[in-house]
Design a protein. Structure first.
Length: 184
């Protein structure tokens, strides 16, 4: 059983890496997506992501109810990708900010209980400057806290930079040497 936290910046290759790992697992794939096409730019990004994945993958669109859907999707004979946690966090902070602490706790419990292969994709936003507004600072801080808590629960953490993976915490028996990054 792999529980992997895959972190990286925008366009770093983290989604492609998770997709590659899912394909390499040989298991049926369930992809839980959290993005919403609220504007033309995001709609175009979603189209590119859709085109980059195999058509036989089961896709579950979940802007907010992520913990429940992780538990429903996870099974020992299925590979689940969540893409991405920071969009889920953004959805919460913009739509239900007062409920985020409880939702975060419920997500952590779901990851603890998840049974099977689980890849959690998220943006690492803590390397930049301190944002100049309260919402952006809260977003950065909540993402950092969530990543730390998930990192304790996952048996693997990968940081993707420039299409290359760096192991921060590793499952020793898995090798992904043949990963090739193709930007999407």
């Amino acid at each position: 059983m792999i529980k992997s936290l895959i972190l990286g910046g925008v366009r770093s290759g983290k989604t492609r890496y998770a997709q590659h790992r899912a394909i390499k697992s040989g298991l049926p794939v369930r992809l839980i997506v959290t993005g919403q096409a609220l504007d033309a730019e995001m709609a175009e990004r979603i189209k590119k992501h859709q085109a980059s994945r195999p058509e036989n993958w089961e896709v579950i669109e979940v802007p907010l109810d992520l913990p429940e859907n992780i538990l429903k999707a996870c099974h020992p004979k299925v590979c689940v990708i969540v893409d991405c946690l920071t969009l889920w966090l953004s959805n919460y902070l913009c739509q239900r900010p007062e409920s985020f602490e409880k939702a975060s706790h419920t997500l952590l419990e779901a990851v603890d209980q998840a049974n099977g292969t689980l890849f959690l994709v998220s943006n690492e936003v803590g390397f930049g400057i301190v944002p100049d507004n309260a919402l952006a600072r809260r977003f950065r801080d909540e993402a950092g806290r969530l990543h730390q808590q998930l990192g304790q629960r996952c048996n693997e953490i990968k940081l993707i930079v420039a299409g290359q993976s760096l192991s921060l915490k590793d499952v020793p028996w898995f090798d992904c040497e043949d990963f090739h990054h193709e930007p999407i």
